[in-house]
Unconditional design. Structure first.
Lengths: 203, 203
DNA sequence: CGTGTCATGTAATCAGTTACATGATTCA
DNA sequence: TGAATCATGTAACTGATTACATGACACG
C-alpha cells in the first residue's frame, strides 16, 4: 500500500479555520504552515474537487456582485471526521534528503574554501530562520493569547527554534572542525585508486 | 528551469570510493548515507546507464567465473569533474514536509492523549537515533582515524547528533507545554464559532 | 531441494512543480 | 491604461517508490 495522500489532510486541516477558496488556501500555506508544509496550485485545485466529490467538503460558487466570483469550500462533518481520524494515526517520519550534507560528506573532493562557504551559507540561513522564529514567537504570544490554537502553534514553533539553534551551533563547530584538518588531508585528490575498500567497516 | 537531478551526483559521489555495481551502490546508500540520502533501484539502474551513456562513468560487464556476473561502473575523469562542479554549487535548502508538525499544529482538534502519544513516539524515535549516532561516532573515531574522509563524515554525523538532541529536548518541553493547557482549551471543539472568552486570561 | 542473497531491470503508479492559459477586478 | 492582484485551472514534465519479473548461485 503506498503512502496515503497527505495533501487532502492539509486542506481539510486548513478548512477548520473556516470556508475558503483554493486561492485562500494557497495563501494560508504560505503564511501559516510554510516552514513545514506547502502545496502548489497543481495539487490544491484537483484535490479540492476530489474532496467535494467525496462529500468531505461542500463547494459553493460565490457570485456575489460585491466581490469577485470564486468557489468557496467548507468543511463538512464527514470531512472533519476524516481529518480527526488522520490526526490519530502515527505520523510517518519524513525522509530527509539533505543536499548540504551530501556535499559535506564528499567534502574531501572539494576544496576547503568551498566547504567553508557551504557552512557559512547554512549559518546565514539558520540565523535568519532563528530570527524569524523568535519574531513569530513574540507575535504569537502577543496577538494570539486567547486563541485556543496558540499552545499548539507554540509547540510547532518550538520545533523550528530548537532545530535552527542546534544547527547554528553545528555550523560553528563544523567550521572549526574543518579548519583543523591538516592540509595534506584537504587536498582534493583526483585519483580514485586508493585501496578500493569501502568506507566504514574495514578492520 | 527545474531542479537538476541529484541522483546522478549521489551516484558519482559513491563511485569515488571505487568501481561498483548498482547493487553495491544501493547497499552503500543503505549503509553510509541512509540518514540523509537514499535512492531506490528504480532510480539507480536507469541513471547508471545514463551516466555511462554520457561518458561520465565506464560500465564493464564482469563475467568472472569466480564471482557472479555483474556490471561494474567506475568513475571516469569526466565524471569526477562533473561531480566536483556540482560540489561547488550552493546546496539547495531541503523542503521539509513534516507530518508530525502538521498533526500538532492542528492538535486542538485532536485529543490530549493523541497529541501526547505523537510526542512520545517522536521522543522514542529521536532517542534511538541519537544513540545510533553516538555509536557511529565511536566507530568512526576508532576505525577511520586514518581515513582522509573521516573529518567530513564527522561533520555530517554532527548534524544528526545536534539535531536529534535538540529535537529530543523539544519533545520533552512540548510534552510539558501540552500538559499545561487548561482542559477547556484542549477539548476538541467541533464548532469554529466560539470566542466565549474565559474570564481573565494569563496563567 | 528450498531458502536466501546477489543481481538487474521495468512498468505502473503516485507525487509534485512549473509553466502556461485565461479572465476579472482593483487601483494608481 | 496598464500593472498588480484575485482566481481557477490544466498539461507537461520530473521525481520517486513499489511491485513485480527474472535468474544465478550458495549454503544447509
Amino acid at each position: 500500500m503506498p503512502a496515503p495522500n497527505k495533501t487532502r489532510f492539509a486542506l481539510l486541516g486548513l478548512l477548520t479555520f473556516g470556508p475558503m477558496s483554493g486561492y485562500d488556501l494557497k495563501r494560508m500555506f504560505e503564511k501559516s504552515l510554510n516552514y513545514f508544509w506547502n502545496e502548489s496550485y497543481g495539487q490544491i485545485y484537483p484535490m479540492l474537487k476530489k474532496l467535494a466529490g467525496e462529500g468531505l467538503t461542500g463547494g459553493k460558487r460565490e457570485s456575489d456582485p460585491e466581490s469577485r466570483s470564486r468557489t468557496v469550500y467548507s468543511l463538512k462533518d464527514e470531512g472533519m471526521a476524516a481529518f480527526r481520524e488522520w490526526l490519530a494515526l502515527p505520523a510517518e517520519p519524513m525522509r530527509d534528503r539533505n543536499e548540504l550534507l551530501m556535499k559535506l560528506f564528499f567534502g574531501r573532493h572539494s576544496s576547503p574554501d568551498i566547504n567553508r562557504n557551504h557552512l557559512l551559507a547554512a549559518r546565514e540561513y539558520y540565523t535568519g530562520l532563528a530570527q524569524k522564529f523568535d519574531e513569530l514567537e513574540i507575535r504569537l504570544k502577543e496577538d494570539c493569547s486567547d486563541d485556543p490554537d496558540q499552545p499548539y502553534w507554540l509547540v510547532t514553533l518550538g520545533y523550528g527554534q530548537n532545530q535552527s539553534r542546534a544547527l547554528l551551533q553545528w555550523c560553528d563547530q563544523s567550521l572549526i572542525a574543518l579548519d583543523e584538518i591538516p592540509a595534506d588531508r584537504t587536498s582534493s585528490d583526483n585519483s580514485k585508486n586508493e585501496t578500493n575498500e569501502p568506507p566504514s567497516g574495514g578492520r
